[in-house]
Design a protein around this ligand. Sequence first.
Ligand SMILES: [Zn+2]
Length: 552
Amino acid sequence: MSRICKKKPAVCTDEPLSNSGICQKIALMRNILSTAYGPTGRLKQIHNNVGGHVLTTSTSTALLKRVDMSEPLLKLISTSVQHHTARYSDCGLFMGIFMLRLIENTQKYNLRTVAAAKSYKRLVEECNMYLKGDSCGCKVTVDFSSCDSLVALAHSMITSKPACMLNSRETQHISSLIAQAFLYSIPLNSPGVSCFGSTVTIGIEGQSVSDSSVFPGLLVDVPEMLQPADLKRLGSGPFKVVLFNVSLSGDISEVGDVTLEIHTGVDPELDLLQQLLKLGEHVVKDKVNLFACQKVVHPVLQHYLREHGVVVIERLGLALMEPFIQITVPAEAYGLVRGFCFHSCGSRELLQLLPSKDSAISTVVLCHRNETMLEELKMTCQRAEHVLRLTLREPYALLGGGCTETLLATHITHMNQSTATTTAAALGVSHSEFLMAVEAFCSSLHAVALSLEHDGQDCLIDLTYAHRWVPDIYSQTSAKQTCGCGLVEDRSDLEKTPLNTACHTFSPVFLENTDNQPRILDSFSAKLNALNVAVEMAKFVLDVKYIVKDIN
Ligand SMILES: [Zn+2]
C-alpha cells in the first residue's frame, strides 16, 4: 500500500527584489555575463557532476543552455535571452548585461516601479527612433557591392568569441569564409519568391584552422571502396541520382512494433533481399549513376550496384536530406547532379557533389586543433552567417566596440535634459523621478560598454563624438589610436573623460568625411531587438510582487 504524504503548502516570496539572496544571485548572473563579454572576455568552463563533457565558452547561448537556474526570476531572464539568440544569433550578452543592470540601477535609485516602467518605455522608444532615423551616428549602411562590411561584421562576431582561439590571420580567413558561404546561400536568377539556400558545416578535428574551406554543393564522406578510378570511369556529368529516405537494410526488425504472420517455408529476410535486388536491377536498367540512402543499404544490394558501376552512398542522415534534394535537378523519377570531385582534408576523404543548378547550397569545412575549440568555432560561424542574412532585411550595422552604447546614452541624456519637465508631466511621473530614470537607463548602457574591458584599464568617452576609448598604453607602433569601433582617430584636442562619471551633457557630433572604416560592427537587427526585449523584461521583473513556488 502506498503511503499517503501530506501536501506541503506553497512557498511564497514577497517582494522578491527586496530579498538580499535573490539580489545577490542577480548580481552574480550579471557578473558571469559581463566577464564573458567582448574579445577579451573571460572563458567559462561548465562541468557536470558525473564527469561528462566539459564545455569551455563565452557565448551566452552555450552558457545559459547548460546552466540550470534555481531562482524563478533568473530562469525567466535566462529564457528570454535564449529566445532572443535563437532568433537573432547575436547580442545575447548585451541583452543580459543591460537588462540586469537596468533592474539593479532601478533598485539602487529607489525608483518607483511604475515611474521606472513609464520612463523606460519612453526612453526605449526614443532609442528606436534615433537608431532607425537618418541622423543616427552609430549606424552604417551595409554595402552589398563590396564584401568589406560583410567581412567586418563576421570578423567582429568571431573576435568577440575568444574561446574560438584564433590568431589574427585565422580570424581573417574564417571571416572571409563566412562571407563567402553567405554569398553562396543567396539564390541567383530565380524568378518569383526566393528562398535562402543552406550551408552545411563539417567539422574536422586536429587540423590547422587555415585548412578550413568552403565549397559549392554538398560534401559527404567518400563511400567505402570508392576509388578515383571509379569516378573516372563514369565520365563527365550530369549524373542520374536516386535518393531514398527509408532503410534499405532488409532487416525485418525495422518493420516496427507489429506482429507478422509468416507462412511455413517462407524466409522473410530472403524475400526482402529479393525485393531489394529487384529495385537494384531497375536502377541499373535506368542507368542511374549515384544511389543514395538516408539510412543503411543491404551489403548484397551495395555489392550488386557497385558491380554495375553505380556509386553508393548510405547513412546520409536526416540533416543532409533537404540539401541533397536541393542540389539535384529533377529528371523524371530521378535527380541530376553536375559532377563529383574528391577532396582530402586531414584524415577525412570527402566527395563533393556539384549542384546541377543554382541551388544555393554550400558546405563549409571547418578545421581546428581540438574538439572544444572546434565546437565553439562551428557555433560562432553558423551564428555569424545568420547575422549576415539579417542584413538583407535591414541593410545596416551598428558601431561595435562599445561606441554605440556611449553614443546612444549621450544622445538620450542630452535630448531629455531640456524636455524633462514636459516629458515627466506627460508621463505622470515627477521631474526628479524621470531624471533618475534617464540616469539609470544611460548608466546601464555605459555599464555594457564598460564590460568590454577586463584588464583593469580605464574606459573613456570623448566629449565630441561620444565614442568609447581605451588608452593604448602598451602600443609600440606609431599608428594613430582609434576609438573602440575604429571610426574616430585620436587627436590632441579631443577631450575625454572616464565613462560613468559626471560630465556636462552634449549632443554627439555627426562624424562626416572620414576615410576611416569602422573595424568592429554589430548586427543592427539583433541589437535593436535585444535593447527592446531587455527593457521589456526589466520592466516585467521589476513588477513581480510575489513568487509562489509549489514545493511538492
Ligand atoms: Zn567608435
